[in-house]
Design a protein around this ligand. Sequence first.
Ligand code: SAH
Length: 390
Amino acid sequence: MYKVFLRKKIAPRVANGHPWIFANEVEKTEGNPEAGAVVSVFAHDYKFIGQGYFNPRSQILVRLLSRKKNDTINEQWFLEKIKECWDYRCKIGYTENCRLVFGEADGLPQLIIDKFNDYFVIQTLALGMDVWKPALVKALETIFSPKGIYERNDVPVRELEGLPQQKGFLSAPFDTQIVINENGLRFHVDLENGQKTGYFLDQQDNRRAIQHIAKGADVLGAFTYTGTFEIHAAYYGARSVLGLDISASAVAQANRNAELNGLADRCRFEAANAFDVLKQWGKDGRQYDVVMLDPPAFTKSRETIQKAITGYKEINLRGMKLVKPGGFLVTSSCTNLVNPELFLEIISLAAKDARRRIRQVHFQTQSPDHPIIWGQENTQYLKFLIVQVQ
Ligand code: SAH
């Protein structure tokens, strides 16, 4: 049996339930475990803490899978865990499309599984999880009899674990262009070449939050990706909708999605750099009833957090200037390291610089199929804010 013993003087994070054990918190390792192996973790006084997977290449030496001594981490264990994840989504009412497994928040560190009706997309972002891919596929087959399973491990973070970036079928090949339903609308999703796992499920509830403000409005959406917020706006009765994205393929998919829903007459999409265009349109004096912003994460590391703050302030300032007095700014941030308080502070600074008064209408987070674990900050990452701009 492989054993890892923790130092005496370490932060109480692990004792308080956090699953990560950093290399500098470890006193000694016994049994010479190979990378990816399951190890038992003990406190300095030999008290059992849990079992987890080991990777000496990673700064996070162990990620805990279980706090139980008698658990055997095997194929059956993964099947039970995936069943638990599904049971939770069924209980909270997220079944057709949902994040079935949200990594650490589901006790399965570095595993993401998105369910798009009968199709599943998997990301195994650490070696100790990657080695269980066959067990995960088997579990999905047992529980769901899926029409298809696809691997989207084309993610740079895998390289920190010594893993290659790769993508491909984990089931018999199938057509990776699928259609999903959301809030009464239909969307093309490209599981193979779309961003991340193909679709941003975390905003599914937030898209409904624009229902009333979109009515009769002229709407501008930037960072539209495949047009989901914008198509919702048109569906909810907007007079005109323009969506912008820097990616030509996203714009093409967005236009197809508008057509799929019979909304192409009121809803169009163009390829543009939002930072440049919003600045110019501000100078031109263009005005909208609703401006929506949903930029990608601006940083993943603490060293460049200032860059993210500057980016959010800049884009929100430019967005706000385009809102008619009494109109609305709908703004999101998915940067993990920008916590909710900091995000609101940035928006407040942007309002000050834009010389506009704002009042909060909604402040929400990701949908609950992406559960939040208190004490694990990185599980609450999405900020979604609607403000009225005077
Ligand atoms: N709102 C979308 C998700 C947006 S993801 C949804 O709910 O599905 C962020 C998008 O911003 C990506 O599609 C990316 O191509 C786009 N993007 C990144 N930089 C940009 C820029 N400077 N200007 C416009 N779009 C940009």
